[in-house]
Design a binder for this molecule. Structure first.
Ligand SMILES: [Zn+2]
Length: 272
């Protein structure tokens, strides 16, 4: 046991090395109450997968394609209704983007929020939405999802160097890595809960809840960040819903309303 504790400490230091950006001032406030006059200026929208990585599959639909279409709908809503918020896309076409580059794009733009869209895969009876933030997984199923979403780095060159020796096939790698505590946990969870609530109450999707696991794509984002599983492509009804333009619009509008609520909360924090 003692050896394991020591090993954890060493690896955590390794993972949470100087490349993990923690904004000055933010980490010191566990309540994550934003500073006075805080404004959300930039949101990064990340369509999962793309190019040679098509993600998970339904009967006809592919994850990369549905994520992109829904991201573009969401971006359009924000651009139309919030002209003072800059929308940055990690991809707007069917191209491959490495996981580290997705976080890199968000950091380069000093984004205030990072939203990554995906679709799920499982038994045919499984359906529903999930909203994920970075954190330790509580079940083997949660670990399995993080492993699937992280496995894309196997398609990247030099992934061992780029991800500090992280092995997406190793449960132990995920356990140690997911213990990394994000300075942005509070606001990530806050936004995640708004998204979950919109999906349940307004879009009327079945919610599988807000969950935590270690996702590489969220790891190095220096801002609140969530990964949204829009639904299961392996469920016939859900695949049809998500593969349809109106379904994509409903999901995008749910996320948009969650973003609007989140933005109002954070920007209104200096009024009281
Ligand atoms: Zn995915």
């Amino acid at each position: 046991m003692r050896n394991i504790v020591i090993a954890c400490t060493v690896v955590l230091v390794f993972f949470a090395g100087p490349s993990v950006a923690i904004a000055p001032g933010v980490a010191a406030h566990p309540s994550a109450k934003p500073p006075q006059g805080y404004r959300i200026r930039t949101v990064v929208l990340d369509a999962g997968h793309g190019g040679k990585d098509r993600g998970c599959a339904g009967a006809t639909a592919r994850e990369a394609q549905i994520a992109l279409k829904t991201v573009l709908e969401l971006g359009h809503l924000i651009e139309q209704n919030m002209p003072d918020v800059k929308v940055v896309y990690t991809r707007k076409t069917d191209v491959f983007v490495e996981l580290a580059d997705r976080a890199g794009i968000a950091n380069k733009h000093n984004a205030d929020l990072f939203i990554s869209l995906h679709c799920n895969s499982g038994p045919a009876v499984a359906y529903g939405t999930e909203v994920w933030t970075m954190g330790p997984h509580k079940t083997e199923a949660n670990l399995a999802l993080a492993k699937r979403e992280n496995a894309v780095i196997l398609q990247e060159d030099d992934y061992k160097e780029r991800y500090n020796g992280f092995d997406p096939r190793s449960p132990q790698s995920h356990i140690l890595f997911s213990l990394f505590q994000s300075a942005y946990m509070v606001n990530s969870l806050r936004f995640a809960q708004h998204v979950d609530s919109e999906f349940k109450n307004r879009v009327q999707r079945h919610s599988r809840g807000v969950k935590q696991a270690g996702f590489l794509v969220l790891w190095k984002t220096a801002m609140p960040s969530v990964l949204i599983e829009l639904g299961f492509l392996t469920n016939r009804n859900e695949e049809q819903y998500l593969n349809d333009k109106s379904g994509q619009s409903y999901m995008a509008s749910g996320i948009y309303r969650a973003f609007r609520t989140y933005r109002n909360e954070l920007e209104g924090a200096d009024e009281g």
